[in-house]
Design a protein around this ligand. Structure first.
Ligand SMILES: Nc1ncnc2c1ncn2[C@@H]1O[C@H](COP(=O)(O)OP(=O)(O)OP(=O)(O)O)[C@@H](O)[C@H]1O
Length: 263
């Protein structure tokens, strides 16, 4: 029997049709985003890159359902996004409850997802293992490192069986080594859960390493100026990828596209 906590393999189709977002009124009115049309297939790992202010977070908020477009439509599997139900979100800061234990934070999300109390322990153990945090369940959040806290945030986002996972610069505040380790793990988690992921970053390196597809936004108003399919094998060894010529070429292509888009 399939695990009730995992979404259907074919779930997670994200569609943006003529999406625009404006802010303010009168002379202060700005168009931050769009128009944008995007079809994101189930299981795709789409990385959004673009200069500061190009509307990456604004786009993510439309898909999360935290905000609604001024024009156009966003759907996940044909329905309007519902916060907390259609997509799990990981932010730059982990936003955990510091006085709770690691397990306590994951349990909260499991409770919200409707997992019966009797099943939560086994499920939180499984999630913590998936993000490399086995053995830390009883520790308080303030006792663990920033990288470990971000792992808890990822476990929490995976706890709710949403078809889509949204990540807004989740590793930006971490040191280079921790960042690389988390990139390795997110790549693996994404391949094993098959969840559609939209990941925002400023880093061409991160985009090349993680994405099955990389979308570059222009400067304001953010529009799609490049849409690059990654040639890198999904199941390749992380170290092998980072040393490969294909990876270097893809990173260069993304970097050039971002620089061109910012002009
Ligand atoms: N609630 C808001 N009210 C007014 N303007 C906003 C609001 N949210 C975003 N903006 C504006 O929309 C534009 C896009 O912002 P957004 O945060 O989406 O860009 P970004 O690409 O994520 O930037 P960064 O890479 O710096 O995080 C910016 O000019 C920003 O000031």
């Amino acid at each position: 029997m399939p695990d009730r906590q995992e979404p259907e393999p074919q779930a997670g189709r994200v569609e943006l049709r003529g999406v625009e977002r404006r802010f303010g009124a009168g002379a202060e009115r700005i168009t931050a985003l769009g128009p944008i049309d995007l079809d994101i297939a189930p299981g795709e790992f789409l990385v959004l890159v673009g200069a500061s202010g190009s509307g990456k977070s604004t786009l993510l908020r439309q898909v999360a359902g935290f905000d609604t477009p001024t024009r156009g439509t966003v759907t996940i599997d044909g329905v309007t996004p519902q916060p907390g139900r259609t997509a799990g979100v990981v932010f730059q800061q982990p936003r955990l409850f510091p006085w709770r234990t690691v397990r306590g934070n994951v349990d909260l999300a499991l409770g919200y997802a409707g997992v019966p109390r009797s099943q939560r322990r086994a499920k939180s153990d499984e999630l913590l293992e998936r993000v490399g945090l086995e053995g830390t369940a009883k520790r308080r959040v303030w006792e663990i490192s920033g990288g470990q806290q971000q792992r808890v945030a990822i476990a929490r986002a995976l706890a709710v069986a949403t078809p889509v996972l949204l990540m807004d610069e989740p590793f930006a505040a971490l040191d280079a080594l921790t960042r690389e380790r988390l990139q390795d793990d997110v790549r693996l988690v994404s391949a094993t859960t098959g969840r559609t992921t939209i990941f925002v970053t400023h880093s061409a390196e991160e985009a090349a390493f993680l994405g099955t597809r990389i979308v570059v936004l222009s400067k304001r108003p953010g529009q799609v100026v490049a849409d690059i399919a990654s040639p890198l094998a999904r199941d390749a060894d992380p170290e092998h990828i980072r040393e490969s010529l294909e990876f270097a070429a893809l990173r260069g292509e993304i970097s050039t596209a971002v620089k061109d888009a910012a002009q």
